[in-house]
Every structure is written in structure tokens, then in C-alpha cells.
Design a protein around this ligand. Structure first.
Ligand SMILES: CC(C)(COP(=O)(O)OP(=O)(O)OC[C@H]1O[C@@H](n2cnc3c(N)ncnc32)[C@H](O)[C@@H]1OP(=O)(O)O)[C@@H](O)C(=O)NCCC(=O)NCCS
Length: 222
């Protein structure tokens, strides 16, 4: 692919999900290097998340050449019908929502904290009022250009919650771009080496207080 033109951020709205959900899940599966079959399971789950209180999503888009727009891998990312731009593709997505006790992720976190010996008061303090950063992914063709940080900063701007929490796979020496980004933005350990029910991989829960010090760029409606 030829070098992409500059990237801009757009709001991904619930009412437009039919225009961005497929490219967004495609970006996610490609970024995580998951099997393509994962897409079919994720689409209904992401739809379910869209309905949750405080849900908000931001996408990163860029314009590609006529040739690139026709390539099978990239044509799945086309998002021109949402943005109205010419040959634009979605190369990054971030979303999250207000955390609540009836959510599976919240229950997993609380049970992990209990097993780690944290007191009920401590667990309440951690989980009382947070924004869950559920997904943050940049397509490999656009990684390493600061887009993940721009997405995350824009997503966390103007949140009413006092903290943000996330989970990310443990990696040796915290050596990947996700860990580097979270540490750079001041995320600290909440719980380490946790295994979710149904997934043998160890995960870390990280968190930080809101707001972030960094000022976010504006997110266009289109
Ligand atoms: C984790 C992830 C979202 C981070 O997004 P990213 O856009 O790749 O990374 P960042 O926003 O942190 O950008 C950092 C890089 O951009 C570079 N950068 C920053 N600003 C830049 C700019 N204006 N122009 C060019 N490059 C820039 C930095 O030098 C840094 O490069 P380096 O990592 O080679 O040192 C992304 O790598 C990804 O999707 N990874 C796979 C999926 C994943 O792990 N998701 C998170 C699961 S919890």
C-alpha cells in the first residue's frame, strides 16, 4: 500500500453502526491477529455494548489511492458512506462505556480483586465510578504513528466518571505498543495476572484517574 494520507478522528455513532461496525470489527480482528471467524461472534457483542449507558466510540480514518481502495483487505475497511469522503478507510477504533455491577467484566474484576485479598471497601472504591475502555485497536498498516494515543485521548475527553479501567493481555516485560501507550498516559496496576473465565491467557487490569492532562483533538461528526 502507498503511504496513507493524514489521519483524522470521527465520532462513530450508534445510529450509523450499519456503516462502521463491519470495518471496525475487521480492524480489531486484524490488529489482534485473531482468526477471521472471530468477526461473526464480535459483531453481536459490540452491538450489545452500543446499547450500554455512556457508550462512546471514536474512529481514525484516512484516504487511500484508487488502487488500494480496490484491494480485498482494504476494501473491507471502506467507510466513505459514513464520512462522505472519497476512498476513506477506517484504520482505528476505540470505544467504551460506563462500568456497572451487572456487567460480566465488572464481575470478573471484582472476583479477581476478592481473590487477591482486597477488602470490600477497596473493591468498591475501585469499581464505584469508572469508564471501561473496552476496545482500542489500530490496523497494522497505521500502527506506530501516534493514532492509538489520539484515539484514547479523544475517547476519554469530557467523561463524567472519576476513573478509567481497562484489561490487556500480559506480555513479557510489558513490551508492546499497548503497554507503552498505557504506561505513557499514566495507567497503573489494578490487578495483575488475572485469567478471565473461558480464556487461559493472563491479563492485567490497569487504571488511572480522569481527566487526562493531555488536551484532546476535536472529533468530527463525519
Ligand atoms: C496498541 C495500539 C492501539 C497502539 O496504537 P499505535 O497507534 O500503534 O501507537 P501509539 O499511538 O501509542 O503511537 C506510538 C508510536 O507512534 C509514534 N508517533 C507518535 N506520534 C507520532 C506522529 N505524530 N507521527 C508519527 N509517529 C508518531 C511514536 O514514536 C511511537 O512509535 P514506536 O511505538 O515505534 O516507538 C496499536 O498498536 C494496536 O492496535 N495494537 C494491536 C492491538 C492491541 O494490542 N490493542 C490493545 C489491546 S488492549
Amino acid at each position: 500500500m502507498t503511504a496513507p494520507s493524514p489521519f483524522r478522528l470521527v465520532a462513530l455513532r450508534p445510529e450509523d453502526a450499519h456503516l462502521w461496525l463491519d470495518p471496525a470489527v475487521h480492524t480489531y480482528v486484524t490488529a489482534m491477529n485473531y482468526p477471521r471467524s472471530t468477526e461473526a461472534h464480535r459483531i453481536p457483542l459490540w452491538r450489545d455494548h452500543i446499547a450500554r449507558q455512556g457508550w462512546f466510540a471514536v474512529g481514525a480514518v484516512t484516504r487511500v489511492s484508487t488502487m488500494d481502495a480496490l484491494r480485498p483487505g482494504l476494501s473491507r475497511l471502506r467507510i466513505d458512506r459514513l464520512t462522505g469522503g472519497e476512498r476513506e478507510i477506517l484504520v482505528g477504533v476505540a470505544y467504551g462505556y460506563h462500568g456497572a455491577r451487572d456487567q460480566w467484566w465488572n464481575q470478573q474484576l471484582r472476583s479477581g480483586l476478592r481473590r487477591a485479598g482486597r477488602s470490600p471497601d477497596e473493591i468498591t472504591a475501585v469499581t464505584a465510578d469508572y469508564f471501561e475502555l473496552t476496545e482500542l485497536h489500530v490496523h497494522p498498516l497505521a500502527q506506530g504513528r501516534g493514532i492509538g494515543e489520539r484515539l484514547l485521548t479523544a475517547l476519554l475527553a469530557d467523561r463524567p466518571e472519576s476513573t478509567v479501567l481497562l484489561s490487556t493481555p500480559e506480555v513479557p516485560y510489558e513490551e508492546n505498543r499497548a503497554w507503552a501507550l498505557y504506561r505513557r498516559l499514566g495507567f497503573t496496576d489494578v490487578l495483575r495476572r488475572f485469567t478471565f473465565v473461558g480464556d487461559p491467557r493472563p491479563f492485567a487490569f490497569l487504571g488511572r484517574s480522569l481527566p487526562l492532562a493531555t488536551s484532546p483533538e476535536s472529533v468530527s461528526r463525519r
